[in-house]
Each structure stands twice: as C-alpha cells, then as structure tokens.
Design a protein around this ligand. Structure first.
Ligand code: R5P
Length: 259
C-alpha cells in the first residue's frame, strides 16, 4: 500500500485505537430532506467536534460545511435514484475523481446491491471506482446496501462484504446482525456498521457496543444520531463506546433526552 493510501486510511481509522467514529449525513442523495437533515449545516456543525470523519454528498459538503474544518471527508459518489423511483439499486457513479480530488476528500463511498436487479451494474461501478481511486491513493468504502427482498443475516452480509473486499474496497460498511463475527472473519478489510432506522437510543448504543466488541472497527451512524432528541449527546455517547471502552449503561447515562 502506498504512502497516500495509508495516510488517508489512518486519518479515518485511528492508528492508536484501530477504531473510527464516522457520522453519516449522506441520506439526502436518495431521501431528499429527510427528518433531522432538513437544514444540513444546522445538524452537522454541533456534531463535528466529536467525529473522526464525515460521510456526505458533494452538494451538502459545498453548501453546508465550512472548508476550514480538519475533519476528513468521506464523499458519497454513487446515486442517481430516489426513494420514489423504480429501483433503488439502479445506481451509477455520479462524481468524477477530479471533483473528489478538488474537494480534497479523504475517501469515497459507493453502494453495492448484492442479489438485486442491478447487482452487476453496482459491482462494475465499484470496480471502476477502485481502478480510478487506486491511481490516486484514495480509499474506497463500499456500502453493502440491502435490497427489499434481502434478509440482513450473517450469510447474506458475509457474501456482500466479502465480494466488496474482493473487488477492491479498502473498507466496507455493513449492518450488524446475529453471528456478526462470521461477517467480520470472512472480510479481509476493516468493517464499520450503519445504524439503520431510528431506534431507541439505548438500543442504538447496544448495537454500536456489540459491533465493535465483535470486530467492527467502528460505526458510521446517521439517523440514530441526528434524529435523537439529543444528537450531540448521542454522538458523544457512541464515541465513548467506540473509543473509550464504555459500557452501554455508562454511555446511556450521559444522555440528556427529551421525553
Ligand atoms: C445509506 O444509504 C447511507 O449510506 C447512510 O449513510 C447509511 O445508511 C448510514 O446511516 P444510518 O446510520 O442512518 O443507517
């Protein structure tokens, strides 16, 4: 691995702890103004001091994030669909490598949809992106998006994560599931988990706790942070679990939730 690639990965995954806390705010690329992200700047700014990296689209990066920040950017580069469209898996690469470099991103992210109608297309997208990004030392994070008919179990997620790594992703983002260790063991690159739909804060903290205990290098959480009634408290609580070895109870006790 060359210096640039290593340097970028170490800006996302702490070389000291081997862990990472990523904040995902890229949902608008297919959900539009989703709850909690209607005004991205207002949501993102108070959370920035607590995160290791920020995952978002170029539109939100340009309009809603101060260019003077030092937080590494993980840029979503796949999309071209919507929640009301025909098939979410019908994605393309929608950002050029030149624009990613111009935006000084640390990594790029793209979704793959194993078992979906557009599986082949999304894997070709991943391969093309890896081919381009390796030339410039930019790590590709593959997101194992789940199609409507797919079960989020260890068998399916192991298949998706392993394929992502085999095609060349330097990191994979997936979901926590029962027997998660099986997913971790069969994936040769670092794994982070998404939080998924909003669930009670304690359950989301439990999810983060189990994921890192069972081998994930961290979390890339979105809705369970910015849709909480205490978003800054929630990101700090997740940080305690990921980086400070706190228990779920200890982290939960620090929250100031509105009832
Ligand atoms: C989904 O397609 C996006 O990549 C999100 O970034 C991802 O799902 C993580 O966010 P959440 O924790 O809200 O699931």
């Amino acid at each position: 691995m060359d210096w640039g690639m290593k340097n970028r990965i170490s800006r996302i995954i702490s070389p000291e702890s081997g862990r990472t806390l990523m904040l995902a705010v890229d949902h608008g690329y297919f959900l539009g103004p989703t709850s909690g992200l209607e005004d991205p700047r207002k949501t993102i700014e108070p959370l920035l001091p607590h995160v290791d990296s920020l995952m978002l689209t170029r539109g939100v990066l340009r309009t809603s994030v101060d260019p003077a920040i030092s937080v590494p950017i993980v840029l979503r580069v796949s999309g071209a669909n919507s929640i009301v469209g025909e098939d979410l898996s019908n994605e393309a690469i929608i950002v050029s490598i030149e624009d990613a470099l111009r935006l000084n991103v640390t990594a790029v992210a793209l979704s793959i949809y194993i078992g979906s109608r557009y599986e082949h297309q999304t894997l070709k997208n991943l391969a093309s992106l890896v081919n381009e990004c390796e030339r410039y030392g930019i790590p590709v994070l593959a997101v194992t998006a789940v199609g409507k008919e797919m079960t989020r179990d260890a068998r399916y997620l192991s298949l998706s994560c392993r394929i992502a790594a085999e095609v060349g992703a330097r990191m994979v983002k997936t979901y926590y599931c029962e027997d998660f260790q099986k997913v971790v063991k069969s994936c040769p690159v670092p794994l982070v988990i998404a939080g998924g739909r909003k669930i009670p804060e304690k359950d989301a903290l439990e999810l983060a706790y189990r994921a890192v205990k069972e081998g994930a290098v961290g979390v890339d959480m979105g809705r369970n942070v910015f849709q909480s009634s205490d978003p800054a408290g929630m990101i700090r609580a997740v940080r305690k679990i990921v980086h400070e070895g706190s228990t779920v109870e200890e982290a939960y006790a620090t929250l100031n939730l509105k009832v």
